[in-house]
Design a protein around this ligand. Structure first.
Ligand SMILES: C[S@@+](CC[C@H](N)C(=O)[O-])C[C@H]1O[C@@H](n2cnc3c(N)ncnc32)[C@H](O)[C@@H]1O
Length: 256
């Protein structure tokens, strides 16, 4: 695996910490409503929105792009009994995923743009804060549309203001423009306000755990959590000028 990939070493360290830290597990439960070892922003309300798209009358196949240690997939499997597939470039994350979720599952260590699946394999594909890492957004969208079944759904949580620069609105992000260029129809939900509220909550919870993080020797990770909430430490109107968060729902059958 290329060690000079964006954030590669940081994510290896992050998933090592997530595997060992009981405090981080408790923090995630309290901050996000469920521990998915989140690096950031996907709380339980965003994850629960995925459930409605998973077919209930058959065994569904779900793929998570940048699945981390698989905990979000594990939750979706617990709720719907689906087959879970995930890939991520982090060795530590994929090792943990394989240990935690060994039934009806497949986890691959690999990079966006390199990992491939069969045509029309998945009912639902999710990308929670991972489209930013595609070396070529257009090629990657084509690949995802190929992997989806004819009536499949691609569910994306996408943020601007940190990895991606802030653009005007939900139709002007790099991801949306890629879909529009390809004449792929989508629905979208602006969740900037709820993300602001969630970040403020995350900041409060992180502060409650400062002493425990320090006692575990994980004060650097506490500082990272506080840093991730810094943007929200201002009035909402100012926050919304520099950050936005959207959910995109792409249905393959609605390709124009
Ligand atoms: C912002 S985190 C999101 C993780 C998880 N989906 C969540 O919502 O908590 C980005 C994830 O993508 C993975 N990742 C980053 N760049 C990648 C790449 N080029 N190929 C595969 N995985 C990548 C990271 O290891 C990390 O797990």
């Amino acid at each position: 695996m290329e060690k000079d990939l964006l954030f590669y070493n940081e994510y290896e360290q992050f998933y090592l910490m997530a595997r060992k830290s009981e405090v981080f597990r408790l923090f995630c439960e309290k901050a996000f409503g469920m521990d998915f070892s989140q690096d950031g922003f996907s709380d339980i309300s965003q994850t629960d929105r995925i459930l409605q798209y998973i077919p209930k009358n058959e065994k569904a196949y779900i793929l998570d792009i940048g699945c981390g240690n698989g905990k979000m997939l594990g939750y979706l499997q617990e709720k719907t009994n689906c087959f879970i597939h995930g890939f991520d470039y982090s060795k530590n994350a994929i090792e943990t995923a394989k240990e935690l979720f060994s039934i009806d599952s497949e986890f691959i260590q690999g990079c966006i743009g390199e990992v491939d699946y069969s045509e029309e394999m998945f009912d639902v594909i999710i990308s929670m804060d991972t489209m930013y890492f595609a070396p070529d957004m257009s090629d990657f969208v084509d690949q995802i549309m190929k992997w989806l079944k004819k009536d499949g759904v691609f569910f994306v949580c996408y943020q601007e203001g940190d990895v991606m620069p802030k653009t005007e609105n939900v139709n002007t992000t790099v991801f949306a423009k890629t879909l529009l260029d390809k004449k792929i129809d989508f629905d979208s939900i602006d969740i900037t306000r709820e993300t602001y509220d969630m970040l403020l909550h995350k900041r409060v919870i992180a502060n409650l755990f400062e002493k425990e993080f320090a006692e575990e020797g994980n004060i650097d990770w506490f500082n990272m959590l506080i840093g991730q909430t810094e943007y929200a430490n201002r009035p909402y109107e100012e926050f919304a000028k520099v950050m936005s968060r959207y959910i995109y729902i792409v249905r393959k059958e609605r390709r124009c």
